[in-house]
Design a binder for this molecule. Structure first.
Ligand code: 3PG
Length: 408
């Protein structure tokens, strides 16, 4: 990797700004954090490591977006972090003002402080270059208190936000453990995947499925694309199947129909690589009913892939050497429609291939079926993973690369 890591510097008694991604699901009524996977991931690796090296750790993170119900302060995150670390993670309700600077200066080696939600700073989310962000009061005030910047927020690396790119201009900057781990695992899946390589793309973001398929097929990264979820319906529509009024309306509501022509073109160019379901499961008055795609259109909602497709997909998975999964095959939360997702994911878990799983719903499904331990790598990222798989350069990663180059 071209990026420097925690191994490259001595952090004893140094003040280290650490950008993590603590963004977690929040109950809209009680405002309580529902799930601590991301806090645990950063806490148990990067933050613990830096503390054991004697660093004064200053945590920067976001939670939610201004105006959204999950836009809450980070005091709860600090409490959860304290439990994970087994020592107090202090919290200051200030980001770069006098209170924050005073609290940073009072830190001793081996102590950790969480600052206020970075998205309370109005210009945090402005799309600017690293140099432009570096000129702001926010970045200048905090950079003046610190010796190093560690970016551990891979899940936010697709955002050119102030706290992601701004500090890399003036401070020696390195990747944290999670950033390093994600880049290594994703590099394995994208740069040099063992062949045959299969991408399993489902869920509702059918436009993302098209863009990922386009990139990985055109660049000879993937050999097979297995489609499921709403993505599969759009791919079937591109093959000329009439889905029925209810299903077509859903695609229109999600503004997905403009992508049909792109999918048609993709299938024409890679006819043997793109797999679509040969049968589907329908919601027939709350019960599972299966039809072959030749029996379309239907008046019922498509909710899963059918038994024949499941078997076919499992056979392909069994013969694969590397597998990427993004998006469920159907409504996995429901007993009636979980089969496709459960059986496809269990085939991935049982296979000897290197597997990479990512995205909120996919990871939730893996957990629901108790398959976490059998997966090769579970990414903490959602949007950042998708952009990475589309071959996009992530601004947070690019900023670390430039910083590693500048501070050689
Ligand atoms: C995520 O959950 O994908 C990251 O924390 C980024 O959040 P954002 O989409 O609000 O920028």
């Amino acid at each position: 990797m071209k990026i420097k890591t925690i191994e490259d510097f001595n952090f004893r008694d140094k003040t280290v700004l650490v950008r993590v991604d603590f963004n977690s699901p929040v109950d809209p009524q009680s405002k309580k954090i529902l799930e601590d996977t991301r806090i645990r991931a950063h806490g148990e690796t990067t933050i613990k490591d830096l503390l054991s090296k004697g660093a004064k750790v200053v945590v920067l993170a976001h939670q939610g977006r201004p105006g959204e119900p999950d836009f809450i302060p980070l005091d709860q995150h600090a409490q959860i972090l304290s439990k994970i670390l087994g020592k107090l993670a202090k919290y200051v309700d200030d980001l770069y003002g006098e209170k924050a600077v005073k609290a940073i200066k009072a830190l001793r080696g081996g102590e950790v402080l969480v600052l206020k939600n970075v998205r309370t700073y109005a210009d945090e989310q402005k799309k600017r270059t690293a140099d432009e962000h570096a000129q702001t009061d926010f970045i200048r005030s905090l950079a003046a208190t610190a010796d190093f910047f560690v970016n551990d927020a891979f899940a936010s690396a697709h955002r050119a936000h102030a706290s992601i790119v701004g500090f890399t201009v003036g401070l020696p900057s390195v990747a944290g453990r999670i950033m390093e781990r994600e880049l290594n695992a994703l590099g394995k899946a994208l740069e040099s995947p063992e062949k045959p390589c299969t991408y399993i793309l489902g869920g509702a973001k059918a436009d993302d499925a098209l863009r990922i398929s386009r990139y990985v097929l055109d660049n000879n990264i993937a050999d097979k694309i297995l489609t499921g979820g709403i993505a599969a319906q759009l791919f079937l529509a591109a093959k000329g199947f009439e889905l029925g009024k209810l299903n077509t309306q859903l695609l229109e509501k999600k503004e997905l129909t403009p992508f049909i022509s792109g999918i048609k073109e993709l299938i024409q160019q890679h006819p043997s690589s793109v797999e679509t379901p040969s049968d589907l499961a329908l919601d027939v008055n709350g019960k599972r009913g299966e039809i072959k795609v030749g029996q379309l259109p239907t008046d019922y909602a498509v909710c899963d892939i059918g038994a024949e497709t499941i078997k076919h997909y499992r056979d392909i998975i069994r013969d694969s050497k590397s597998i990427v999964v993004s998006g469920p095959m159907g409504i996995y939360e429901s007993q009636e429609f979980m089969n496709g997702t459960r059986l496809v994911l269990s085939a991935v878990a049982e296979s000897e291939a290197f597997s990479l799983v990512g995205g909120g719903h996919t990871v939730a499904a893996v957990k629901q079926f108790g398959l976490q331990k059998q997966m090769g790598y579970i990414s903490t990222a959602g949007g950042a993973l998708i952009e990475f798989l589309m071959g996009e350069k992530l601004p947070g990663v690019a900023a670390l690369e430039s910083a590693s180059e500048a501070h050689k």
